[in-house]
Design a protein. Structure first.
Length: 192
């Protein structure tokens, strides 16, 4: 996949979205429900826009980037304020992810994230969408999560109290039922 995404370069959002759909198709999945956290939410939105015939629903967990925080400095401050509310065991995972990608490529991906104007794209998403925000998420303020849900034509908003930006990691037993209920309600084959 590195060759398709450009080894050593930051892939475009379109390339990331296409890679997600291509991988799912290679695994035998024609219709997709996509879930993305943080920057992954932007990838999921792009996939829904580029492949509406395949993406039947999306879940945006802590969607970045808030238009009011589209700078590295503001993002860093929000992450630092958020860190005390995250489960400490996520730190080695995030460190390993950074090492796997490499700091230079991670920095380029961060620029891709900050350059993406997700707020201008949300209105074009035609499938059902769920925006999930941890009640203590300082990376994604309540106002941005609410605006993101309002911009999506067929969206719901769920707030999972007691968790921060990585709510799916710190509180999987609280987050999973919210996502499961949404996906069941919007599945093209509800009996599956």
């Amino acid at each position: 996949m590195d060759s398709a995404l450009g080894r050593g370069e930051a892939p475009t959002l379109a390339a990331l979205a296409d890679a997600v759909v291509t991988c799912a198709q290679a695994a035998g999945h024609e219709r997709l429900a996509l879930v993305g956290n943080s920057f992954g939410a932007q990838v999921v939105v792009e996939a829904a826009l580029r492949h509406p015939e395949r993406v039947e629903s999306i879940v945006l967990l802590g969607p970045t980037a808030d238009p009011a925080a589209r700078s590295l400095v503001v993002q860093a401050i929000r992450w630092l304020r958020n860190a005390p509310d995250e489960h400490l065991s996520v730190l080695p995972i995030m460190t390993r992810d950074l090492l796997d990608v490499g700091p230079p490529r991670a920095a380029r991906l961060l620029r891709v994230m900050l350059a993406d104007r997700i707020e201008h794209k949300l209105g074009g998403v035609t499938c059902p969408a769920l925006v999930v925000r941890g009640g203590r998420d300082r990376v994604v303020p309540a106002g941005w999560a609410e605006r993101a849900a309002r911009h999506l034509p067929r969206a719901e908003l769920a707030v999972v109290e007691g968790y921060a930006h990585m709510a799916h990691y710190s509180g999987p037993l609280a987050v999973a039922p919210v996502i499961r209920d949404f996906l069941r309600a919007h599945a093209s084959n509800p009996s599956a």
